[in-house]
Design a protein around this ligand. Structure first.
Ligand code: UD1
Ligand code: PEP
Length: 429
């Protein structure tokens, strides 16, 4: 199995192109199920999760055609994909497929809206928490669907079509908001989603749906209004830059030191993380090429962080931030409020010499002068990259195993970091 080997100590100097956002590309691809016309998506990242979703969508009848080159020199820029669901050939999303990627559960919204039925496997838990789907089920029921759980499948029916309604989410769930938003575009009458997620990826999906003919207002706020329409059409949409990838490389630069421009990145969606990085001692400037991050000559200050729904500090940057705090001067606290088990990286960071103690949902980190390289194991996507960040500053060699987690969400990570001077390579066997 492939591993990532890093020899720590080299500062990062240069530029890194930021890819299209995984967590926007996935719901946008799923939105192709809502129309029999072609949805063209640009800037789609080359990631394992994207690849898996192409496969899952093909099972429902979505034809995928790539425009232009798929490999070669162009590999650091995103791909353009035409997705066409002329006919839905299967409304079942089987366990074998849904269990490999949680976001594939979201097909339940468009399938139900367009076909009046869907049979989608329950996704099950994952390394970061139990991740139930009760909000989806209650929300779709409010839109008129009959829902039963049968042998591990959510079996949903709305033969006469979905009917708009007022739905209040108990928490601003990203996945439930994406799913209900897609479902409501084809429902009869008005749907109001209250306590909706406000993440930029929701706004990106809503913008694309509007181009497809949907009537949506309020996206990006806690209340989204959707006036159902009889049908949606083809459209062309560019996936927004990945704010989590941006935050990750910004934190990598803060950790390793140096001067890196994140090309195509935007500061707009990273207000809170950038504020904390500045407090930690990174200099951050918005330039016409993207975001420039520098840390030269002075150490990392210890700073506290608590995860929150957008616009708060994202849980998807928690592990990376903690890795940086391992080298901070003094004590910091990192509190996770979104997922109950998102601290799997702690014991691996400790293997690199970090001093971290856990008390409930809060980690207390005593910064150390030097981390020391060691073999470590990736446990989930963002945990894996936190180990890479720690490895960049650790003395000697760090080897990260189980990097299939990393490949789910970071496009060409070794290339992007090594072109900035990091000593990092992928080794097989
Ligand atoms: C592919 C994608 O975009 N994944 C992101 C998405 O995941 P995802 O959409 O799965 O996360 P949610 O926003 O739904 O989860 C937020 C919280 O709500 C809970 N919940 C959610 C739905 C439900 O029916 N019942 C319930 O209790 C979850 O367990 C969690 O505690 O948002 C998370 C929170 O920003 C990110 O970490 C993930 O990277
Ligand atoms: C948790 C993540 O993804 P998923 O929701 O697909 O598990 C993530 O992107 O960090």
């Amino acid at each position: 199995m492939d591993r990532i080997r890093i020899t720590g100590g080299a500062p990062l100097e240069g530029s890194i192109p930021i890819s299209g956002a995984k967590n926007a590309a996935l719901p946008l691809m799923i939105a192709s199920l809502l129309t029999d016309e072609t949805l063209t998506l640009q800037n789609v990242p080359r990631l394992a999760d994207v690849q898996k979703l192409f496969h899952i969508l093909a099972n429902h009848g979505v034809d995928t055609a790539f425009q232009g080159k798929r490999t070669g020199e162009d590999e650091l820029s995103g791909q353009t994909v035409n997705l066409t669901a002329r006919a839905i050939v299967d409304t079942t999303a089987p366990y074998e497929l849904v269990s490999t990627m949680r976001a594939s559960f979201w097909v339940i919204g468009p399938l139900l809206a367009r076909m009046g039925e869907a049979r989608v496997s329950l996704p099950g838990g994952c390394a970061i928490g139990t991740r139930p789907v009760d909000f989806f089920i209650e929300g779709l029921k409010a839109l008129g669907a009959d829902i039963e759980i049968e042998r591990g499948y959510v079996v949903a029916q709305a033969r006469a079509g979905l009917i708009g309604n007022r739905v209040r989410l108990p928490k601003p769930s990203v996945g439930a908001t994406h799913t209900l938003l897609m479902a409501a575009t084809l429902a009869r009458g008005e749907t109001v989603i209250e306590n909706a997620a406000r993440e930029p990826e929701i706004v990106d999906l809503a913008d694309c749906l509007i181009q497809m003919g949907a009537k949506i207002e309020g996206h990006g706020t806690g209340t989204i209004f959707i006036e159902g329409v009889p049908r949606l059409y083809g459209a062309r949409h560019r996936v927004l830059p990945d704010r989590i990838e941006t935050g990750t490389y910004a934190l990598a630069t803060a950790m390793a030191g140096g001067d890196v421009t994140l090309e195509g990145a935007t500061a707009d969606h990273l207000e809170r993380p950038l504020e904390l990085m500045r407090l930690a001692g990174a200099e951050i400037d918005v330039t016409n090429r993207g975001l420039r991050i520098r840390r030269n000559g002075h150490g990392i200050a210890a700073v506290d962080a608590e995860t929150e729904p957008y616009p708060g500090f994202p849980t998807d940057l928690q592990a990376q931030f903690m890795a940086v705090m391992c080298a901070g001067k003094g004590t910091s606290h990192v509190t996770e409020t979104i997922f109950e088990n998102r601290f799997m990286h702690v014991q691996e960071l400790v293997r690199l010499g970090a001093k971290i103690s856990l008390n409930g949902q809060t980690a207390t980190i005593e910064g150390v002068d030097r981390l020391k390289g060691a073999p470590v194991m990736a446990t989930d996507l963002r945990a894996s990259v936190s180990l890479v960040i720690a490895g960049l500053a650790a003395e000697g060699e760090t080897e990260v195993s189980r990097i299939y987690h990393l490949d789910r969400g970071f496009e060409r990570l070794e290339q992007k970091l090594s072109r900035c001077g990091a000593q990092i390579e992928r080794v097989s066997g």
